[in-house]
Design a binder for this molecule. Sequence first.
Ligand code: ASP
Length: 358
Amino acid sequence: MSLQNSPFASTMSSNAERLLVIYTGGTIGMQQHAHGLAPSGDFESRMAVAFTQLSLAQQRTLPPYDVLSYSTLIDSSAATPLIWQKLAQDINDQLSAYAGFVIIHGTDTLSWTASSLAYQLQGLDRPVVMTGAMQPLEANGSDGLENLYGALQFAANPALQEVTIYFAGKLLRGARAIKQHSESFDAFTSPSYPLIGERVDDDFVYYSSRSLGHHQRGAPRFELPDYRSVNQGEVIRIVLWPGINAWQLDAWLSDPRIKGALLQLWGAGNLPDDASLMEVLARASGEGKLLAAISQCPQGSVQLGAYAAGYGLSDAGVLSGDDMTPEAAYTKLIHLIAQPLPLEVQRQRFLTSLVGER
Ligand code: ASP
């Protein structure tokens, strides 16, 4: 890996004030290739060229930064738990050298990476701001420049001490965000948690009262487990559909390679009135598999057992994911299962808010 000095990096600034921009790929850095848009390199100088389009007053507010460009740039649809692990490791390795981090990432799985980083970087005491764009940086009217500029502004605010996503003028908690639109610039939302910051004219306003509680930040206590085994497919996600059969659920859950599953039920936590479905779930949790449930509705939470149609889920060992996003619930299962923790501790931690994700 090579760190390149930005032309905007002031020689007067100490590393304690500098930011590290980590470029992983995504549309923002893509260029047209024979088979369509594909990730392209030389991002550091392209970013510097783009910044010349800012007003001089804005250019003067740019914090000093270095750029770390990954040697393999990806469309984020190719991201895996191993990429999440590498990002967390790189931030950990560079922590003492930088005051904040900006991660440039494709939008498709950006909220998954953000959620995973939040669990790995618990106790984070400085900003990690993820961003990307819906259009390549050089495209006419691209959102890339504004997103980069805003991400750098928030990453330079030491009061921000968590993993966030800055997109289209909004700062969202990473472990609360979802991608809500495949085309609009306003592509991300946080359905169950308010914005933790936003751009108002040329100000970048941070709502500190919505920040993580003191016990959830303050001093780094990173958990950087080895994700290689979970990367082999130990955790699955099953979104129920009307007419699902018990044998289908069983085909997933009885596989000995499966260690955990996220179930997306209906409404407040309902599933078909079919005792054999519940038997499959009870058998899987009896075998020590970590099962958790959230709703298919993007807003609201699950209340297991509120309806007769969800009765028995808790007895079958299924954990409530409350109002967590699929991203936050799934990456939490990955994070807990990757660690050598007793099942009871994994269950208890799943039910606890670790980074403001529930
Ligand atoms: N497919 C792209 C990616 O996630 C989409 C984007 O970046 O907006 O990498």
